[in-house]
Design a protein around this ligand. Structure first.
Ligand SMILES: O=C(O)C(=O)C[C@]1(C(=O)O)C=C[C@@H](O)C=C1
Length: 275
């Protein structure tokens, strides 16, 4: 299913998404934002984006793009442990010299408690941890929260290691224009009529058909203030009879139902790429 010329990922080179992309054969093409990854996908290419972090929760830009782009489906998920470092421009000699710290907003929050003892005040969120490393390489007295790999790639000095507040895992997804029906889990997104019990009735179908939910989350619809879409993941795939039955049943009681496909968890292999 993979076009060797089209593995789009949240870049630039050195992001955690890039490390995950390296498990696939083929040409990797970095994009500046998650939205640009979604917009780049053609019939034969794939995209790799973060969807959820174990400390910071869902990545909203990914969810909103999955909801918006009807023709894009989820094919695989990959979990990767995230090890953050604080890396500085060569002009920095001590922690006191740091004037600004760049990173992805998730990564800033993943290390917030650990860094709170140093009294840094100027955290600036950017599109990814590797964009942060790139900025830090160009600006005197700046720093980035990024991976050790990105720090080395952009010639930064690592000044603090192991700065995650706790065990830190991010779930990434592989997206494409192909709906897959095989896998361990399935994702749907839906809206319900604005009346009492509407969400309850949808969830009841999963209970009645003995399907285990693994994630539920809501996000603003944006087009209508104070109304929401729901993002749901559950065990089982579209070929399972009980999943088929449930999806048929909820089609009748949701206002809008988008089936984003079934997907398998791939085991992440730390490749030679990092050595
Ligand atoms: O910035 C990166 O390196 C990413 O791949 C994105 C991302 C995320 O959005 O969760 C991935 C892992 C870390 O949790 C922080 C940032």
């Amino acid at each position: 299913m993979i076009d060797p010329n089209g593995i789009y990922y949240l870049g630039p080179k050195g992001s955690f998404t890039n490390e995950v992309a390296e498990i696939f054969e083929g040409d990797k093409i970095p994009k500046r934002t998650i939205t640009e990854v979604f917009n780049s996908i053609t019939d034969n290419s794939i995209g790799i984006v973060p969807i959820e972090n174990s400390i910071e929760g869902p990545v909203h830009e990914t969810l909103d793009n999955l909801f918006k782009n009807e023709e894009i489906y989820v094919n695989y998920e990959i979990e990767k442990e995230i090890k953050l470092v604080l890396a500085v421009n060569p002009s920095v000699n001590s922690l006191n010299d740091i004037e600004v710290i760049y990173s992805h907003s998730h990564a800033i929050n993943e290390a917030k408690e650990t860094l709170s003892k140093y009294n840094f005040t100027n955290f600036v969120p950017v599109e990814s941890t590797s964009t942060a490393a790139l900025y830090a390489s160009k600006q005197k007295y700046s720093a980035a929260i990024c991976s050790e790999y990105a720090a080395n790639l952009y010639n930064l000095k690592i000044i603090l290691r192991d700065i995650n507040d706790s065990i830190n895992i991010t779930r990434f997804i592989v997206i494409s224009k192909k709906l897959m029906e095989d896998g361990d889990k399935t994702m749907v997104m839906f809206t319900v009529p604005h009346k009492p019990g509407a969400l309850y009735k949808v969830l009841e179908k999963f209970y009645n058909n003995n399907i285990n939910l693994t994630m539920i989350y809501s996000r603003p619809l944006k087009s209508i203030p104070w109304q929401y879409y729901f993002y749901l993941e559950f065990e089982g795939n579209i070929k399972d009879n009980k999943v088929k039955v449930t999806l048929e049943e909820i089609r009748n009681i949701t206002s809008m139902l988008k089936i984003k496909g079934s997907f398998t968890k791939l085991q992440y292999q730390v490749s030679n790429y990092l050595s």
